[in-house]
Design a protein around this ligand. Sequence first.
Ligand SMILES: C[S@@+](CC[C@H](N)C(=O)[O-])C[C@H]1O[C@@H](n2cnc3c(N)ncnc32)[C@H](O)[C@@H]1O
Length: 249
Amino acid sequence: MFSSPTPLRAALLAQILGGIAAAVIIQLAYPQLFTVALAGAALQGVCAALIGHWLGAPKWWLPIHCLFMPAVVLASRLNIDSNWYLAALLLLLLIFWRTDQSRVPLYLSNAATARALKTMLPAAPCLVIDLGCAHGGLLRRLARARPDCRFVGIEHAPLPWLWAKLASLTLPNLQIRYGDFWRQNLASFDVVYAFLSPVPMPRLMEKALAEMRPGTLLVSNSFAVPAVTAERVVELADRRATRLHCYRM
Ligand SMILES: C[S@@+](CC[C@H](N)C(=O)[O-])C[C@H]1O[C@@H](n2cnc3c(N)ncnc32)[C@H](O)[C@@H]1O
C-alpha cells in the first residue's frame, strides 16, 4: 500500500480505520471511556499504527500514527487561534510543496558534493542543470567556481524557488526556473544533476535515456538507478558518506 504513489492516502485510511476500531473497542469494552478524550485518542493511535503496519507503512510512520490524535487532543486544549494552524500548514506547503506526490523530500547537497561535482564538469564551457534545485546553494557554488559554464536550476516548491531566484540575481551564469522538472527537456544539457529519492530513479533514467545526448553525464546523489550499472560511483569522505552515481549516456 505504501509503495503506491499516495502514501498520504494510506496514512489517512489508517487513521480513519484506527478511529473506527477504537470506537468499536470502547463501545464493546468500556463505553465510559468515550468521555476521556485523551485515552480514546491514545487507543485510536495504537489502532491506527497497527493498521498502518498491516497496510505496509514504513516503521517511521508508526510513532506518527500513535501520536497524531493525542497531539490533536492536547493541542486543542491550548486554545491556539486556528489561524496559526492554517499559517503553519501554508508555510510547510510553501517550503515542501507536494512531497506526498513527488516522493522527493527536501534535503541539500553539501559543500563536499559541490567540490566533487566541479571536478566532474567538462574542461570546456558546458551547460549544467540541477533537477529540483531547492534554494540553489549547490548551483551558486558551481556558478562561482566555473564562470565559463552556464547553470540552470528548476524547482517547484515556491519558497525554496524564491530564495534560489533572489540569490541567483548576482550570478549571470545561473538561471533559476520555476516548474516541474519532468516537463524540462534534457537534450541541451551536458551534465544533469539530481538529488531526489529512490522512487523517481527508474523514471528519471528513462527520461535521461530518451532526451540526453550521447556522451553527456547524469549524476545522481545517493540514489542509484535500479538494475543499471553506473559508469562510476564517487564516494565522498564527508559525514554522510555521500555517493555520487555517474551514468554516461
Ligand atoms: C533532495 S532536494 C535536493 C535539492 C538540491 N538539488 C540540492 O542538491 O541541494 C530535492 C528538491 O527537488 C524538488 N522537487 C521534487 N520534485 C520536483 C519536480 N517534479 N519539479 C521540480 N522540483 C522538484 C523538491 O522540492 C526539493 O527541493
